[in-house]
Design a protein around this ligand. Structure first.
Ligand SMILES: *Cc1c(COP(=O)(O)O)cnc(C)c1O
Length: 373
């Protein structure tokens, strides 16, 4: 099956009890045991598994071309499960401009149990070769990155990691399985904040890990964390995320088409210093992005001439585009990243991050144009 068909059908089948085409939401936390002590549908207790989560996990595994998936209550809970699977003294490599929350988890939460990390510029694979050690257990990749939209060559980094005996985890939140296939490029596990494009409507938090194969050693540990620590999504959250996925390929392609036009417009605007977008020839890794992604995506950032005041002032004049954090919903969002991330941010003061939505591209462009004037 092709991706569009997987998105519509994977994990869905008419309900055998009622014939309902849209799946029911199973709120039950506990499931009846058979006389022989087995369980009819494989669910025992909702923290371990429930029908809505099982359906979503089956769908996510197929979408990424993996063997199994585990869902969590947020992207950050999924990230945390990976690091909870490592031990004191283990070392992790991260991109310096990874999602600031992911770096915070490794530094502030796992600092206490002596997990070591190096945050490096991963856009040059030579930096990975230099920083990797015998203790490195996980190389964490995020591409395109947040908020500078930098691109990492997944296949090249995965090769170095494999030679050093480290696992590769790719945060594929921004690219989605529609545009980027990390497991085919050598990753062991794909991580998602399903809060973003997969849910797709800014109305449900969630996270997921998708493994190359069910029995993968690191994935098995994260599965144990999921069941025992219990940072799991509710049945309704699973249902909403699964519903969102039905339109994922269509949304992501349409949003990418809009973003290409918005990026071209901004790049030619005299009030804009620079646009960070892998679909522009000026991007630092235009060729890598072209090779490893089937489209440049719908996330971009721009730096406005005139510093912080000009950037923030521009957002206050917008009429359609909303000032808000997060991304991947149907509406275009804009965010002054530096003031959100706090003191150790890498975001320049005049940088605005844009999640391009599904409005008409001309309306988005006209709104930006009048605000920049
Ligand atoms: C939002 C986001 C996360 C964190 O996910 P939550 O669902 O907010 O916990 C991680 N990585 C990236 C790239 C994100 O955009």
């Amino acid at each position: 099956m092709r991706l569009e068909t997987i998105a519509v059908h994977a994990g869905h089948a008419p309900d055998p009890a009622t014939g309902a085409v849209t799946p029911p939401i199973h709120l039950s936390t506990t499931f009846e045991r058979e006389p022989d002590l087995s369980f009819r549908g494989g669910s025992i207790y909702s923290r371990y598994a429930n029908p809505n989560r099982q359906a979503l996990e089956a769908c996510l595994a197929q979408l990424e071309g993996g063997g199994a998936a585990a869902c969590f209550a947020s992207g950050s809970a999924a990230t945390t499960a990976v690091f909870q699977s490592l031990g004191p003294g283990d070392h992790v490599l991260l991109p310096r401009d990874a999602y600031y929350g992911s770096i915070k988890i490794v530094r502030d939460v796992f600092g206490h149990w002596n997990l070591r990390y190096s945050a490096i510029d991963m856009s040059d694979v030579a930096n990975v070769e230099r920083a990797i050690t015998k203790q490195t257990k996980v190389v964490w990749i995020e591409t395109p990155s947040n908020p500078l939209v930098r691109v990492v060559d997944i296949a090249a980094v995965a090769k170095v990691a494999r030679q050093a005996g480290a696992w590769v985890v790719v945060d594929n939140t921004w690219a989605t399985p529609v545009l980027q296939r990390p497991l085919e490029l050598g990753a062991d596990i794909v991580m998602h904040s399903t809060t973003k494009y997969l849910g797709g409507h800014s109305d449900v938090l969630g996270g997921a890990l998708v493994a190359r194969e069910e029995g993968h050693a690191l994935f098995a540990r994260t599965r144990a964390v999921q069941a025992s620590a219990g940072a799991v999504p509710s049945p309704f959250e699973c249902w909403l995320t699964h519903r969102g996925i039905r339109t994922l390929p269509t949304r992501v392609r349409a949003q990418t088409e809009n973003a290409k036009q918005v990026a071209e417009f901004l790049a030619a605007h005299k009030k804009v210093e620079v646009v960070h977008y892998p679909g522009l020839k000026s991007h630092h890794a235009y060729d890598v992005a072209k090779r490893q992604m089937s489209g440049p995506g719908a996330m971009l950032s721009l730096q406005v001439r005139g510093g912080k005041d000009a950037a923030v002032g521009m957002t206050n004049k917008l009429k359609i585009i909303t000032r808000a954090t997060s991304l991947g919903g149907t509406e275009t969002l804009i965010e002054h990243r530096q003031s959100v991330e706090g003191p150790d941010t890498l975001a320049p003061e005049n940088l605005l991050r844009v999640s391009v939505g599904l409005e008409h591209a001309d309306d988005i462009i006209e709104d930006l144009d009048q605000a920049l004037r």
